[in-house]
Design a protein around this ligand. Structure first.
Ligand code: AHG
Ligand code: MN
Ligand code: MN
Length: 327
């Protein structure tokens, strides 16, 4: 904040409010098994998914904290059918997936929270509207995710690189632990739900065979080196966990479209865009198979998109299969 001339401190205050919400969620995640927070609420959300108690709790916490901050004119959540349009002149839009990886909550596997912050244009002159939220990811002001894993790690970017902060539970504060995270240009691990193989297009099936070393070696690329397949397979089923491993070690994560999920499963505004922003900030890539994720112009709040993120060379190789340059 001090580095930005004319800064009002609102952006810093908003991020501090998000940090507070995350620490409250973290404390419940860590005690969910004891606090009766496992299992389902019995409701179904707009996604048609059964809502877990921790989904609902995390959503409530983020909502309450962000509304009290007064900084957001528009607030949207995976768990809310409609965006909340505040009667204020809040400078920002908050978009979030309060609890990612819900299917893993009861199995004690890594889960997370994902968010993106947009700036409203002319916040003092115009009332907030849904249109403030339906902006391409390249306009993101800040994006982050929290991985509730062996440690609680908050990966954040405000457009100046991607940085990791680890929670010190004895103090209840995050400390910078991984400054300037860089995604390797190429990895040796792929992460996709192969249970969907039979529903994929021939191009995606061809890529999946290649990445397992079953198919023509693809030619050397610019630096004269061809990716060395077969890659190792890793898939947790929590986007935050699969994405973070890919960000740190390189390789590729893909949730493609298929014959059942025509636009893929993951949501553009509060899963794909924040992840794409962070990967690009760390030198990685993010595509829907053909286009840059951050250039997609949203039309609906909960719209889905195929998502492929990872090392820039691995994402580029995937794209070449999709556009027919490799087969
Ligand atoms: P959420 O729990 O917020 O609904 O997200 C679940 C998503 C994402 O975390 C993960 O990558 C994907 O679902 C896994 O889907 P499959 O179980 O179909 O592989
Ligand atoms: Mn999710
Ligand atoms: Mn979720």
């Amino acid at each position: 904040m001090h580095a930005a001339p004319g800064a009002t401190g609102e952006f810093t205050s908003l991020l501090n409010h998000i940090s507070l919400a995350i620490r409250i969620i973290n404390s419940r995640v860590r005690s969910a098994g004891l606090a009766g927070l496992l299992g389902y609420t019995g409701e179904t959300n707009v996604q048609g998914e059964e809502v877990q108690k921790l989904d609902a709790f995390s959503n409530e916490v983020l909502l309450n904290v962000l509304q009290r901050s007064g900084h957001c004119g528009v607030i949207a959540s995976e768990e809310l059918d409609e965006a909340i349009i505040e009667n204020n002149h809040g400078r920002y839009v908050a978009l979030f997936d309060p609890l990612d990886g819900s299917s893993n909550i009861d199995t004690n596997v890594g889960i997370g929270t994902i968010f993106a912050i947009l700036r409203r244009s002319e916040p003092k002159l115009t009332p907030p509207t849904l249109a403030d939220a339906l902006r391409p990811g390249r306009e993101i002001a800040a994006a982050g995710y929290v991985l509730y894993g062996p440690s609680t790690l908050f990966v954040l970017s405000t457009g100046q690189g991607a940085h990791g902060f680890t929670l010190d539970p004895s103090i209840g504060e995050f400390f910078l632990s991984q400054p300037d995270i860089r995604c390797p240009d190429r990895g040796n691990c792929y992460s996709v739900n192969e249970g969907n193989y039979s529903r994929w297009t021939p191009e995606i099936q061809s890529w999946a065979r290649w990445v397992k070393g079953d198919g023509p070696a693809i030619g050397a690329d610019k630096d004269g080196e061809a990716p060395k397949t077969p890659y190792g397979a890793r898939y947790v089923g929590s986007l935050v966990a699969d994405a973070h491993r890919t960000l740190m070690k390189g390789g590729i994560f893909a949730y493609p479209a298929d014959s059942k999920s025509k636009n893929g499963k993951l949501r553009l505004l509060y899963e794909a865009n924040p992840m794409a922003f962070l990967f690009e900030q760390a030198g990685g890539g993010a595509t829907n198979g053909k286009d840059r994720i951050l250039d997609i112009m949203p039309t609906e709040l909960h719209q889905r998109t195929p998502l492929v993120i990872g090392s820039k060379d691995d994402v580029a190789a995937y794209r070449q299969f999709m556009v027919g340059e490799r087969s």
